[in-house]
Design a protein. Sequence first.
Length: 323
Amino acid sequence: MNSEYPYRVRNTAWISAVLIVVLIGCSGDSDPPAKPARNAVERKETTSADKRPTPPSPYSSSDAPTLSEALKIAADIHDRFKQSVRDYTCTLVTEELVGDQFLTRRMFAKICNPRSDGKTKVPFRVYLKFTAPEKVKGREVLFVANLHGGWLRAHETGARGIATFELNPTGAWAMRENRHPITETGILRLLEQLMEKGKAVEKCPKEEFEVTLGASEIETRKCQSLQIVHKNRDHDFDFHIVRIDIDDKLRVPIHYEAFDWPRQKGGKPVLLEAYSYLDLKLNTRLTDDDFQYDNSAYAFPRRVIREGTLAFRSLGFLDKLFQ
């Protein structure tokens, strides 16, 4: 592989899948265009960040896992995660190229996987509280699949926190600062999406993609890593490079990143999105109260204004607020 590709790691064996997440575009103040931050989370590499050579693999070509085998392992992780993990909390760090701006967000997240326990069906549920940067600190977002007509609820703070806004999760307002809707948040859905991407790549001739397996460390967590490079732009793919890091102990993905092809010949790949699940805690016994907007621990204003209503349209400052 070309040494221009980012994040080279020492080869070991593994595979995985991952993550992507949502930021509700309910706030206006977007960060100005900036150079993509390469280390939103601490990352310890096994090689120089300047040279990034590719160390020799400990596997012979005949022993190295194929993409099909890697996808099989990803499917096993997905099934085990779906069966054994009811809910989890984490610090979610997102880095996204949205339009011509690179936005970094940090938030505390509560996520409940959908499941059916006999007669009881539990819907997909997400609560997010933004902690950085300062411009969005205090923002809260709540989504429950079977409540409020499938719309999310969100609010700002300070002078902008006059009401709780009810927004279409795939609509223009909610997507203003995001690459993905909140309905696609979480490890489970990202595992599914990664397998979909992998299966599409699998249809290409083997010489058109390259798989690198390695060891990495996300903050203090030792991980196993998978990187897939799609070499040519001849096919309809939405990525050039994808990388996933799987926690060695938890056996779940805690980091994902995707790169586009270089903008010009000889240039470096462009980071499109990166998502990290830090301080991940599984099966924390979240309850219905954790996903109620009137929870006394949350700060959602009691007044609710729904997108598209006269009250929503009459708030003349919204256009400035959401820019």
